[in-house]
Design a protein around this ligand. Sequence first.
Ligand SMILES: *Cc1c(COP(=O)(O)O)cnc(C)c1O
Length: 457
Amino acid sequence: MSDDHVVGINPQFTRPGETHAIDRFRMPLDEMLPETAYQVVHDEVMLDGNARLNLATFVGTWMDDHATRLYTEAFDKNMVDKDEYPHTAAVEDRCWKMLADLWHAPDPTGTIGTSTVGSSEACMLAGLALKRRWQHARRAAGKPTDRPNLVMSSAVQVVWEKFANYWDVEARYVPISEEHKTLDGHDLASHVDENTIGVVAILGVTYTGMYEPVAHICAALDDIRRTVGLDIPVHVDGASGAMIAPFLQPDLVWDFRLPRVHSINTSGHKYGLVYPGLGWVVWRSKDVLPEDLIFRVGYLGGDMPTLALNFSRPGAQVLLQYYQFLRLGRSGFHAVQKAAQDVARHLASGIDALDAFDLWNDGTDIPVFAWRLKADHTDNWTLYDLSDRLRMKGWQVPAYRMPDDLADVTVQRVVVRNGLSMDIARDLLDDIRTETEYLDRLTGPMPTTRHPSGFHH
Ligand SMILES: *Cc1c(COP(=O)(O)O)cnc(C)c1O
């Protein structure tokens, strides 16, 4: 075995007769003691980053001890076995009905929804429903169905590119710009046509955390309906914002209060405050979800509609979501999200106060914000260098390029999650200040390195 193929085992953990090294990429021929195998896996992942210092991810990294207890009691439950675990299935039902209510569905009990493995699966299902609905209408009108398109901002999360690619739908991107930092209804008419299956509005753009003004987008589509006759539905990608807006901006009208909004998704594992592996999608009423996408399974002697891309998947996260809904209630969710927003605003104003930076946004939508270097500040260093310096101290604060039409703009972003306390934020701000001063003392440019081109969070 060459060195880079070997995982060495600490002699302290190997038992007589056990191997001292294993091949990284081939299954060992022999068994080893569970203690040894445990130690190998445990040590392997110990070198992963510290989740609490990861300010790049939106995904939950902390739950309380009761949640952990529930998790360990329930990790064997398979969500798809609705027959075997009818009560877990019933809890799933309650959760999306609560969400339908939270998002102001006209009749929350007359809606339909499902849990998923994350927003990605939820978006795929919502996109499929838009596509199928459009196909039915086109066929009924004797028109061709071979060229569907979906209209969205150039700053969509990668799932929408995947959806378009996997399901043969043309992705029509409306470019964002300095004047139109999000999809805001501007110029929508030149992007839609009779083949448009829907428009995606993002509540909490992944790049920056900004809300797209869903009501404006719907108003622009109302105009298009009046002038051109096209009646185009909206899906709201609320992966993060759909669990923030109901608590922090209750008066913002972005949800099923807008009749054009057919469906909404969110990530239970983002601001739904559950560990990774949970998303939700809800339709405003049963009639906007084409019946032929629904499968029926036996359930408590009756039958239960299911709609999913996955078959088997963990049921425990669904129970954890229900736990959070019960434990926190609306006021608890408000308190947790407000604390995160306070931290985000504090950090944003601290960074804004430094000479080097301009804020792109200030964390008042979801508790996420981005900033850039002032145009004339320096030629010696970039935000990638600041990101590297912060990494040395354990912080993960990514820098990246904005999407295509703004690709010359580099920003750095902080995602504030439950668990990033004001104390940790003060330390972070100190380190940002110190490292910025360090970089400003450079007497020549940093060596250029290749920066990751894509954006993956
Ligand atoms: C995170 C995110 C997704 C993907 O969600 P997952 O739960 O990670 O699958 C989709 N859209 C937006 C806007 C997101 O922020």
